[in-house]
Ligand binder design. Structure first.
Ligand code: ATP
Length: 239
């Protein structure tokens, strides 16, 4: 019998503090190869801190394993080079640069006979709107288009794990839905995704598994399809 493959990513007892405030209590979670996992939780629950700790954008205790390899000692840059890409809340775009320039910046993992244009074509297939806008400066785009650009730039790096911090925040429901559907499409193509949202019925429809974070700790972990049978969770997260 062959052993089951290690998770795509696994955080073991990851914990982080800001001064004396422990924003993330020792937390363990994982995303399997090809899995879409969503982490839900209210404002201030520690969701962003958890993503930042996984990326080493904030100092943290605990360990992070990627495909079974301990990457706790790797810098943020080296984690990104491994294919772990985070789309941050607030998007982190260069607002004075064009759509094309922002996208090209994402292509830093290009190897072998791959071309930037090849990767751009892939992004434009996912978000045709970006092709229409590609000589426009990022700062002049609508909020939804900026979020598409942030996801598109992450895709330019050809991630093995895509992590997103509240990609639907502040967007009109239709645009948020379009972006989340695209994440579902990427997951169907085999991409592992860790999607953080405050409250997102649609994220739950796309996800295979869900963690609920509250006051800096995981309070529930379950298959996304089972959330309906948990009265308190479904009342809060499905409406
Ligand atoms: P949100 O949905 O508002 O983004 P979140 O679940 O992502 O919330 P975090 O941003 O991780 O939560 O914050 C967790 C806790 O840590 C909160 O109490 C917050 O006030 C605190 N915190 C976050 N960033 C800092 C910081 N740079 N300095 C001090 N405290 C911080």
């Amino acid at each position: 019998m062959s052993a089951s493959p290690p998770p795509l990513i696994e955080a073991r007892d990851l914990a982080a503090s800001y001064g004396r405030v422990q924003a993330l209590k020792p937390t363990s979670l994982s995303v399997a190869e090809g899995e879409l996992v969503t982490v839900l939780g209210p404002n201030g629950a520690g969701k962003s801190t958890m993503l930042r700790a996984m990326m080493r954008l904030t100092s943290a205790s605990g360990r992070v394993l990627f495909r079974g390899r301990d990457i706790t000692g790797l810098s943020t840059h080296d984690r990104a080079k491994e294919g772990i890409i985070l789309v941050m809340e607030g998007r982190g775009l260069f607002s004075q640069m064009t759509v094309r320039e922002n996208l090209v910046l994402g292509a830093y993992t290009l190897t072998g006979d791959e071309t930037v244009d090849g990767r751009l074509d892939g992004v434009f297939r996912l978000f045709p709107r970006l092709k229409e806008r590609y000589e426009q400066v990022a700062g002049s785009l609508s909020g939804g288009e900026q979020q598409m650009l942030a996801v598109g730039r992450a895709i330019m790096a050809k991630p093995k794990l895509l992590m997103l911090d509240e990609p639907s925040l502040g967007l009109a429901p239709r645009v948020a839905s379009e972006i989340l559907e695209t994440l579902g499409e990427l997951n169907r193509q085999g991409l592992g995704i860790l999607l953080v949202e405050q409250k997102a019925p649609q994220a739950l429809r796309l996800a295979q598994r869900v963690y609920v974070l509250s006051l800096g700790g995981i309070v529930a972990e379950l298959p996304a399809s089972e959330i309906k049978s948990h009265h308190d969770l479904s009342r809060y997260y499905l409406h």
